[in-house]
Design a protein around this ligand. Structure first.
Ligand SMILES: [Zn+2]
Ligand SMILES: [Zn+2]
Length: 329
């Protein structure tokens, strides 16, 4: 079968002879329709995050149709349209048993420590293939996993409609946080240097930065420590700072800053199985997260899709069965 395979930093080959997946008794085989690209995929593509092997199948934000079910699977059917929850927690360890599957130390992280889904067919544990409602676009389904990440951050933060929110960064996570806050009745202020991303954030319900202060919530989505300090300076005493973007740098503020201003620092990592995904999927027909997508490429143009992804205002996805060349949402 065909697969998009990383052969070295910045180089993707479309191969025709990748081995077919094997369906275990508790697995499903998904015939893939599309895969969204995000920051972690680009870090792998550029060689900034190392993967266990090259050649390596890329991608984790996938959707498709169930093509086969394992002998022990009772609650998935061939032909169902599904999105993949691409973090297969063990569901047995202490963290999993307390509900924090996002912290599972045995988690298979698709595309990073387990092979990706940018292939014609993949096998995965059946419970991580979530059926979706009819009527959604490929863009909506390609954006479902990052929507779930953003939604989990908002859920865990405890933000309410009465809060004043600042969103730092309008990449896909920032745009999705804006969209979700707007659905809650909050009109967030957004800071973003890229004018096209800023315009997209305004379409998602945000208002551009006008210098105001007194935010009760700051959502950091950019992963740039330098963007965090000025944002935190503008927070109200007692504010919650939600960190979503990942960054190896030390935080740019002191214990003094946090204690005197009584800040709450709240990290949010992906989502917890299965509640965050099922809740996000139930919202898709209204939330339509495909609004944050602006480019679609066929599989044979995967190289171009990856190469230009960081410069595009919105998200990019790759359509597996598309034969038409060129860039379009
Ligand atoms: Zn992602
Ligand atoms: Zn676990």
């Amino acid at each position: 079968m065909k697969a998009a395979v990383l052969t070295g930093p910045g180089r993707i080959n479309i191969v025709d002879d990748w081995p077919e997946p094997v369906c275990g008794p508790r697995d499903v085989i998904v015939e893939m329709d599309g895969v969204g690209l995000c920051g972690s995929d680009l870090a792998v593509f550029h060689g900034r995050r190392l993967v266990p092997a090259t050649d390596w199948v890329m991608g984790h934000e996938g959707f498709g149709r169930v093509a086969a079910v394992g002998s022990d699977v009772r609650d998935r059917q061939v032909g169902q349209r599904v999105v993949i929850e691409p973090n297969y927690a063990c569901l047995k360890c202490t963290d999993c048993l307390t509900g924090l599957t996002s912290a599972c130390p045995h988690r298979a992280i698709v595309g990073l420590n387990a092979p990706g889904v940018l292939a014609e067919r993949v096998a995965l544990p059946a419970h991580f293939a979530h059926p979706v409602p009819d009527g959604l676009t490929g863009a909506d389904l390609a954006a479902t996993e990052p929507y779930t990440v953003a939604r989990a951050a908002v859920r865990r933060s405890g933000v309410t409609a009465a809060d004043r929110c600042l969103v730092v960064g309008a990449g896909a996570q920032g745009l999705l946080v804006c969209l979700i806050l707007a659905r809650l009745g909050v009109q967030p202020v957004v800071t973003e240097p890229h004018p096209l991303r800023l315009a997209k954030a305004e379409q998602s319900g945000a208002i551009p930065d006008d210098g105001r202060t007194g935010f009760t919530y700051v959502f950091e989505t950019s992963g740039h420590a330098s963007a965090l300090h000025p944002a935190v300076d503008r927070a109200a005493p007692g504010a919650t700072v939600v960190l979503i973007g990942l960054n190896p740098d030390r935080l740019p503020f002191t214990t003094d800053d946090v204690v005197r201003r009584q800040l709450v620092i709240h990290g949010s990592m992906i989502y917890d199985h299965p509640g965050d995904f099922t809740a996000a999927i139930a919202e898709l027909p209204d939330a339509r997260p495909g609004a944050v997508i602006d480019a679609r490429f066929p599989l044979h143009e995967a190289q171009q899709a990856f190469t230009g992804a960081a410069e595009r205002a919105g998200k990019t996805w790759i359509s597996i069965h598309d034969t038409e060349a060129g860039r379009h949402a």
